[in-house]
Design a protein around this ligand. Structure first.
Ligand code: FAD
Length: 318
């Protein structure tokens, strides 16, 4: 079933959903189940599975020279989605990125997903590879999420890349996209970022999941700004609890978001790792309760493999 159909069915109720990362190569599917099993009692209708582009490493050869080798550290998104759907009977939402994919690769991935009865995708550009500094698309691939969305909507009308395919089987994907209450870091300003977000909705995207934020005001202002320019799709807040002091710096650096002063102060005053974790959990519970009271369609938690903390938050909120 489509994510947006769950929202329609739930009417004014706030649903819950989770995002998981594929394990590092060599990891086990069991690790994903171990993370999700304790969360299933909260009845998430869908679970997101991230996608990770290959990275390059340098391997030293006997000759002493280094060889550049591409590795995908976290493979398995499609298989994990199928496993989740099979084990729990819920929908899985694979993240689909432009980076590392030619349009042909994308088409084939969409065919696989369609054959596996996956009804949803979160369509993203993907981040730059660490050593490249800026996003470089694959040759013959998409530069922006907008182009990826257009490809998915084409397939939803039975239009494949090969013009010789006449009357191809139409897919029926519901398309989610990313939204940035504190703007995407590459965008010169929020207005332009929102204009591109609107272009993605106009091209056929059906709902938005936001980047994490720690100040609900940013989310509410973002929703208002979206509505003001005619973005009327559901906007799902993405939430992550702070659990460690170093995240006060690493999260702003990695995700380009601000930390509210009160949270920073409380984390700084707390003087043990346990006390700091409590601060982060209580903050996330308070954020969640306020968002739920405001009637958001769904609370989407970035689990980062730590279900015990997310479970505590969900218990307090649902
Ligand atoms: P785009 O929409 O393409 O936007 C990228 C930048 O270009 C923005 O600054 C935008 O304003 C601008 N822009 C957009 N369209 C155009 C256009 N047509 N012309 C000119 N400029 C334009 N990354 C992963 O690698 N794997 C994941 O699984 C993953 N999951 C995520 C889930 C969520 C909920 C979020 C919020 C992010 C996720 N990301 C993931 C990170 C995401 O890939 C990065 O934030 C990436 O830098 C931007 O992706 P996007 O889809 O927003 O890009």
């Amino acid at each position: 079933m489509k994510v947006t159909e769950y929202f329609e069915q739930a009417k004014d109720q706030t649903l819950i959903s989770f995002e998981v990362l594929p394990p590092l190569k060599g990891g086990r599917m069991q690790d994903i189940f171990a993370a999700l099993d304790p969360l299933m009692e909260f009845k998430p209708p869908f679970i997101d599975v991230t996608y990770h582009r290959e990275e390059f490493i340098y391997k030293k050869r006997k000759s002493g020279y280094y060889e550049k080798t591409a590795i995908r550290k976290r493979p398995g998104t499609v298989g994990i989605c199928a496993s989740i759907m099979h084990r729990y009977g819920v929908d899985a939402v694979p993240h689909l990125i432009c980076g590392g994919f030619t349009t042909e690769d994308t088409e084939n991935a969409l065919i696989d997903l369609n054959f596996l009865n996956v009804d949803n995708v979160l369509a993203l550009r993907g981040d730059a590879r660490k050593f490249e500094g800026k996003f470089i698309p694959e040759e013959g691939g998409h530069e922006f999420a907008l182009d990826l969305i257009k490809q998915v909507t084409d397939m939803n009308t039975g239009k494949y890349l090969d013009a010789n395919i006449d009357n191809g089987a139409a897919t029926n994907f519901c398309i989610g996209i990313a939204g940035y209450p504190e703007k995407h870091f590459e965008s010169p300003n929020l207005e332009l970022d929102l204009a591109y977000t609107k272009a993605k909705i106009d091209a056929g995207a059906n709902y938005i999941v936001t980047q994490m934020f720690f100040d609900n005001k940013k989310y509410f202002e973002y929703v208002d700004a979206c509505r003001a320019i005619g973005i009327n799709v559901p906007i799902v807040p993405g939430l992550k609890p702070l659990t460690k002091k170093y995240q006060l710096n690493s999260i702003p650096r990695l995700f380009h978001i601000d930390m509210p002063d009160d949270l920073v102060k409380a984390m700084t005053v707390a003087n043990t790792p346990e006390a700091r974790q409590e601060v982060g959990i209580e903050w996330c519970i308070a954020q969640s309760k306020e968002l739920k009271a405001a009637g958001v369609p769904c609370l989407h938690y970035y689990t980062m493999g730590d279900s015990s903390i997310i479970r505590r938050i969900a218990e307090a909120v649902y």
